[in-house]
Design a protein around this ligand. Sequence first.
Ligand code: SME
Length: 165
Amino acid sequence: MFEARAISGTDKPAFYRELGAQLQALLSGEGDPVANAANTSALIFQMLPDLNWAGFYFLHSEDELLLGPFQGKPACVRIAVGRGVCGTAVARGESVLVEDVHAFPGHIACDAASRSELVVPLLRDGRVFGVIDLDSPLPGRFDHDDRDGIEALAATYVASTSWDD
Ligand code: SME
């Protein structure tokens, strides 16, 4: 049985390094994309303070994201590429950090409690195939250290998972 270990008394980069090691241990020996996404979102939701949503969207076609495994309230199922924070991250091919979702034009409110958001692309061979999306009820919850840390966790998810093609 995997049990997440509490991480305390460290700065954010050290926190994410330790969380990355725990994620690698959690996913080792399993390659299924959905199972690994489910456990990745569960670990993130358990270990990061002040989140109200953590999960995956995968590109279902070139221009549409489809909801994947997540923790939090039920969410929007389909998001067009270029729409909302998630679709913007896919269109730009880079992470999008939103300190105040009310100030982000086109933000899609799945949970009215969300005040800030971080969306990180999932990359395979340089191509975006989905995103990890984190929401917080606190404004300004995420900073560049969170962005770098979640990008590293996304890379661990991709590297630990078996892809058919
Ligand atoms: N806020 C996101 C939509 C997904 S939910 O937050 C889970 C967006 O604007 O793309």
